[in-house]
Design a protein around this ligand. Structure first.
Ligand code: ME8
Length: 512
């Protein structure tokens, strides 16, 4: 069976979940569900990043131990994911023994490959970003006088300590070569170019251990040092699969690491270089999505305007959020979350288009044929055009999702829904009923219901709960929509004459 491995970033436990975290996780969930329905053996991983100075400081500020803070926040994530219908196969904590074993094994591999050395280190460090800056970088960013971080503009600290280093510079040429030879490796293309010019401008070796705090995984054989939080965190993608036993787990390499644009350098430069050093295959793709603002404003802890999932779930069904987040903004671009945009999209695309087509089709089937589907008679050009559109849509959605173009996939499905609504108008079943043309009426109703079934199947990964309800109206005998697959149920003509549908029940009532 073909395998598929999709990951989200592991989220820091110094903050509660917010819109940015659910965004990546929902996107990964849609891919996982879609690939499972396509017959692949899927592994979908998410989890939390518990170590590092940032978490240690956040815990100290609350007067608790780092692990106590981690335990609290982990619970928030663990209870949140089912509420959003997230179907992850595993949840990795970096404080777990299996993860520590994986990270220490990775360290040993880098060491055995001769890519780690000890030296002294003097630099500027931004704790909130867990990022190092050189004097030159601060000067270039006009941050030297204020000694603030070029990214977040908060104060950077001067650091001088003994440290282990990873020979990142030795991988510059191979990285450039790999990125050039594999145009799909980093997406979207604009991000790929950014990474390429960053690597080409020259890489310096990376400090990968700390002695100034202790909340982390000890360096094997030198426990004065803890392993740099990013070496620790990135290795989660392997440790969750059981690495180092086996060294190359069956689901490795990942098909896609979904991340936000702010953590691209770690994933597209450091991580591949580590894997090259450890002689392991590289992930096939790294996709960096954009950032959300909320009602036109940047989300920030200090402003207290971070959008919290619990607040959203009080107002909207999980499926509506899932749909909106992936439909509103092309994946890869920045976007704005606004309540009015959500309502507008919901009413026009879900209530008016999908919801209305389902309601009117099942209402007519119940009115004219007592809910019974009759076998389709001779097909006319309009019927063939509808079938062809559905089948083309299925191919287009598959192609869009290969490229993580969620918005295009949804737009293409909506196009078929609009086609369905036009088909109703053009074939006017009410006139056929009036004229007593029951053969043509049966054919038109068959085409409508069968297309609705296939539309619901394509939308199932995006809106698992709503689409299960839609399918339960079309196929009331079916017990569990979760077992449907494109392979078995994706073809035209699965429903047979004599099949009974339920009475319509609105699944997308209008929002006022
Ligand atoms: O970076 N819009 O964790 P994290 C969209 N532990 N995405 C956003 C966002 C916004 N406004 N704000 C944050 C870490 N994000 C590391 C990852 S992976 C081996 C280690 C996204 O909790 C951000 O882009 O700070 C990032 O991808 C994710 O939230 C996790 O952030």
């Amino acid at each position: 069976m073909e395998r598929y491995y999709v990951t989200t970033p592991i989220y820091y436990v110094n903050d509660e979940p917010h819109l940015g975290h659910i965004y990546t996780t929902i996107a990964a969930d849609v891919l996982a569900r879609y690939q499972r329905m396509s017959g692949r053996d899927v592994f979908f991983l998410t989890g939390v990043d518990e170590h590092g100075q940032k978490v240690e400081q956040a815990a100290a500020a609350r007067g608790i131990a780092p692990i106590a803070l981690a335990d609290q926040v982990v619970e928030r994530y663990r209870t949140l994911w089912p509420e959003l219908a997230i179907s992850n196969d595993d949840f990795i904590r970096t404080s777990s023994e299996r993860h520590k074993a994986g990270v220490q094994a990775m360290w040993r591999k880098l060491e055995n490959a001769g890519t780690i050395y000890k030296d002294f280190y003097e630099d500027w460090y931004c704790v909130p970003c867990e990022t190092y800056w050189t004097e030159t970088q601060l000067k270039d960013a006009d941050c030297w006088d204020s000694t603030t971080c070029p990214d977040c503009k908060r104060a950077v600290e001067k650091i001088q300590e003994e440290s282990y280093f990873f020979r990142l510079s030795a991988f510059q040429d191979r990285l450039v070569e790999h990125i050039r030879a594999n145009p799909d490796f980093i997406a979207p293309a604009s991000r790929r170019n950014e990474v390429l010019s960053f690597v080409e401008s020259g890489l310096r070796d990376l400090s990968i251990s700390r002695t100034t705090f202790s909340w982390g995984i000890p360096v094997p054989g030198d426990d004065k040092h803890v392993i740099y939080v990013w070496i620790d965190a990135l290795t989660n993608y392997l440790s969750a699969l059981g690495f180092p036993d086996p060294e190359t787990p069956v689901h490795w390499p990942a098909d896609v690491h979904l991340i936000g644009k702010d953590i691209l350098r770690f994933h597209a430069v450091y991580w591949p270089a580590m894997l090259m050093a450890a002689d392991l295959p590289l992930p096939k793709r790294i996709f960096a999505h954009g950032w959300w603002t909320v009602e036109g404003e940047k989300m920030s802890k200090s402003k207290g305007n971070a959008l919290r999932p619990a607040e959203l779930l009080e107002q909207y069904d999980a499926d509506v959020l899932r749909y909106f987040l992936l439909r509103e903004v092309p994946f890869g671009q920045d976007g704005d979350f606004s309540f009015s945009a959500l309502k507008q999209r919901y009413n026009s695309e879900l209530a008016n288009d999908v919801g209305n087509l389902l309601n009117r089709s099942l209402a007519m089937l119940n009115k004219y044929q007592q809910g019974e589907l009759l076998a389709a008679g001779e097909e006319q050009a309009v019927d063939r055009a509808l079938i062809a559109d559905v089948e083309a849509m299925q191919r287009d959605v598959a192609a869009a999702l290969e490229k993580q173009a969620f918005h295009l996939a949804l737009e293409r499905i909506n196009e078929v829904v609009r086609h369905g609504n036009r088909y109703v108008e053009e074939n006017a079943p009410w006139s056929l009923a009036k004229a007593g043309d029951s053969a043509r009426l049966a054919t038109v109703l068959y085409h409508l219901v069968e297309m609705l079934r296939l539309v619901a199947l394509q939308l199932l990964p995006f809106m698992p709960e709503k689409m299960s309800r839609m399918l339960a109206q079309i196929q009331p005998e079916m017990e569990d929509a979760g077992r449907l697959s494109f392979v078995e149920h994706g073809g035209w003509g699965v429903l047979q004459g004599g099949h009974r549908c339920a009475k319509p029940q609105p699944i997308f009532p209008r929002m006022e």
